[in-house]
Design a protein around this ligand. Structure first.
Ligand SMILES: Cc1cc2nc3c(=O)[nH]c(=O)nc-3n(C[C@H](O)[C@H](O)[C@H](O)COP(=O)(O)OP(=O)(O)OC[C@H]3O[C@@H](n4cnc5c(N)ncnc54)[C@H](O)[C@@H]3O)c2cc1C
Length: 100
């Protein structure tokens, strides 16, 4: 029991800044092994390379936008621009200070 408590206390805290393909994939993969916070301007991930097709085929457009919470169920999403980073924290424009 003590071993389990100690392991959970040592759970890493990770802050992923930007929820494009790179950040979203990182957050998705890390969410079960760490306490992950994803900071993005938007609540959703956008498949940018499908945007041209969306213009000529509007039915594709709705499938090119995926809410972060749909694939990132265990983590925390903060929707605000990150404005500063230190060795221990990330700050957002909304005033959140997220430690890692
Ligand atoms: C029309 C189009 C077609 C493309 N076609 C191809 C293709 O065929 N093949 C290919 O390999 N690549 C293609 N690309 C390029 C590809 O989309 C990018 O290389 C890729 O999306 C980059 O991924 P990324 O995660 O680095 O950044 P992005 O996808 O640019 O994501 C950046 C994220 O950062 C967030 N963000 C920005 N500033 C902040 C901030 N201060 N705080 C918090 N969040 C912030 C944004 O909201 C965004 O979600 C295409 C791009 C476009 C626009």
């Amino acid at each position: 029991m003590a071993g389990i408590e100690s392991a959970s206390k040592q759970r890493k805290r990770v802050v992923v800044i930007c929820g494009g393909i790179a950040g979203s994939l990182a957050a998705k993969l890390l969410q079960f092994d760490a306490d992950v916070t994803l900071i993005d301007l938007k609540e959703y991930f956008e498949i940018t390379w499908a945007s041209l097709r969306s213009m000529v085929e509007p039915s594709v457009a709705e499938r090119t936008v995926i809410n972060h919470k749909n694939y990132f169920k265990k983590g925390h999403v903060v929707t605000s621009p990150s404005v500063n980073i230190t060795e221990t924290d990330v700050m957002t424009a909304d005033g959140d200070v997220i430690g890692y």
